[in-house]
Design a protein around this ligand. Structure first.
Ligand code: GTP
Ligand code: MG
Length: 348
């Protein structure tokens, strides 16, 4: 080996890639093999191997020249490790793959996709499956034993107009009757605004044989809640309001002052901007979240992206108009599967 090529593997620190390459060429020649490169606070750090040295290892293996197996093994292992690290580096730095772009087309935000993909440290798993694992790992979900129906309490269903609050409340009321008996369940309507809203709830109340009342003010509500203090669970229907409506705060205040927990209903098919507004408005104060109308929703990317970014805890999904059948506790595998397979179907 000439003077020029005595160095086997070396890490070069320099202020720029150009400068580092210059040093490598001077010391190892034009054919030096770059094993890894990384930005550092002072510039770059590039690890390079002498091509003569790599060739030598290869020949030693092939020709059976007397070699020290342990040492060669160790060097091969080291090279393998380096190649793995280079591949990993490439995954992190590579422009977004086709798969990742498809995820974004499916409603996932570039930031969230990039953040999840950057964490990918297992080359044996494909991008989509990795993404699914990350969704499952990060989704906050209420366990069966902690669901509102299992624990009881006083809860109001809140959210924008027409998302399915009243229908979902009826489904939850039916489940509660099953758990506690009709005499231990109470219903209250605070929707004094929409004509027929109380009657809608009252019909469900009559069908289930449950006490149903209407409250308008904070005082009304506290009076009725006192009269229902023996109930295991009380469910309150609220006025559907745009998240931009100034009365939202007023309604939330009345609920909070009466120690009522809020369940946020979100139509899973809502557009991303509105979803962000809803999450910003309610996200911090809600007990948990119900995703409605999954049966009508084509892609879950938008809604799950917002749920993950705002750290909303999911408790129920609804997937149809039938009361009480079309409501279910969250099954992470099902949600993740839908989020991923829809992406694949859409991409066909
Ligand atoms: N496809 C489908 N429709 C649903 C679901 N849940 C509710 N709906 C329907 O959505 C419509 C509105 O439901 P409501 O329960 O009245 O909605 P709301 O949020 O109480 O509406 P407002 O009180 O006007 O704000 C009704 O036609 C329901 O049958 C669901 O999971 N899937
Ligand atoms: Mg309603």
């Amino acid at each position: 080996m000439s003077e020029l090529t005595t160095i086997k593997i070396k890490t070069y620190q320099a202020r720029s890639v150009k400068e580092a390459l210059q040093q490598i060429r001077t010391e190892m020649g034009e054919n030096a093999v770059i094993l890894s490169n990384q930005s550092t606070s002072n510039g770059v750090s590039i690890r390079a191997a002498n091509p003569e040295y790599l060739k030598q290892i290869e020949q030693q293996n092939i020709s059976g020249i007397e070699i020290k197996p342990a040492k060669i093994d160790q060097e091969i292992q080291e090279l393998k490790k380096m190649i793995y690290q280079i591949k990993q580096q490439n995954v992190k730095d590579a422009p977004l793959t086709v798969t990742v772009k498809k995820l974004m087309q499916n409603g996932w935000s570039p930031n969230l996709v990039q953040n999840f993909m950057k964490k990918k440290n297992d080359l044996s798993i494909n991008d989509i499956d990795w993404f699914g694992k990350m969704i499952a790992y990060n989704l906050k979900v209420t366990a069966v034993e902690n669901s509102i129906v299992s624990r009881g309490g006083t809860y109001a269903l809140i959210g924008p107009t027409g998302v399915g609050k009243t229908t979902t409340l009826a489904k939850l009321a039916a489940k509660s009757v099953f758990n506690y008996g009709a005499q231990n369940v109470g219903l209250i309507s605070m929707d004094y605004y929409r004509i027929g809203a109380f009657e809608q709830l009252k019909i469900y109340g009559q069908m289930l044989n449950i006490d149903t009342h209407s409250a308008r003010t904070k005082e009304d509500l506290s009076g009725i809640l006192k009269s229902m203090h023996n109930k295991k669970i009380v469910l309150i229907d609220t006025i559907g309001m745009s998240q931009r409506d100034s009365r939202v705060d007023e309604q939330m205040k009345i609920l909070q002052e009466n120690n009522v927990k809020s369940l946020l209903c979100i139509d899973a098919g809502t557009q991303i901007d509105a979803l962000n507004q809803i999450a910003n408005k309610y996200g911090k104060t809600v007990h948990s979240t119900i995703l409605t109308k999954l049966d009508e929703c084509i892609t879950l990317g938008n809604v799950l992206d917002v749920v993950l970014r705002h750290q909303l805890r999911l408790e129920w999904i609804t997937n149809g108009q039938r009361v009480p059948e079309d409501i279910h506790l969250i099954n992470k595998n099902y949600l993740v599967h839908r989020a991923i397979t829809q992406q694949q179907q859409n991409s066909k």
